[in-house]
Design a protein around this ligand. Sequence first.
Ligand code: DER
Length: 235
Amino acid sequence: LTQDELKKIAAYKAVEFVESGMVLGLGTGSTAKHAIDRIGELLRQGKLSNIIGIPTSTKTHEQALSLGIPLSDLDTHPVLDLAIDGADEVDPDMNLVKGRGGSLLREKMIEGCCKKFVVIVDESKLVDYVGGSGLAMPVEIVSFCWKFTAEKLQSLFEQAGCVAKLRVLSGSGEPYVTDNGNFIVDLYFKNDIGDLRAAGDAILRLAGVVEHGMFIDMATTLIVAGELGVTVRNK
Ligand code: DER
């Protein structure tokens, strides 16, 4: 099975938790895309009805619109029944790294007010500890003096061998700009950053930081699709 087929299996499994009448947080990324496609299909078939979607990015907003999923926002629906989203990393305690798709702020806002947050991943996302994949742990920052903030972030995690890099567009080399008009600094760790809450709090104390991509103690259900099948684990 390809990675995308595994993502689709996890996504379809998550949609089994969706009931008619729900207000749903719609995630962002290639795994969540399958879940949103599936929700659109079930609505079209009349197997689901009265669904309201709260999109976590403009990209997801456009996908949901094209599928005819009725949309709203947190101002109208401050409490959601269920959110479904992917993750870049999942540690053994179901803490997540998210945001490599650039949508971490809206994802964290929306997924932070759901009764149930179902995370869907293929098995390649499982790590022993956050940052363990050696891939980016994103931090959304204001553009003002971004270099200053990036250097502060890097020095916060000197012991973990942290390198901070401004996210730029591959073509132009211009800074990537989020849906919220901010920049993203990607943090790369050589080893374990230890206490995630302490790390997250230290990041948020920097005035130029908007939000970070560690989703600590937020997921309620984890669906993992692997070569041996799909598993569902509750927190
Ligand atoms: O950027 C994000 O937060 C995405 O949800 C990411 O965490 C998962 O993206 P993927 O499903 O394309 O791997």
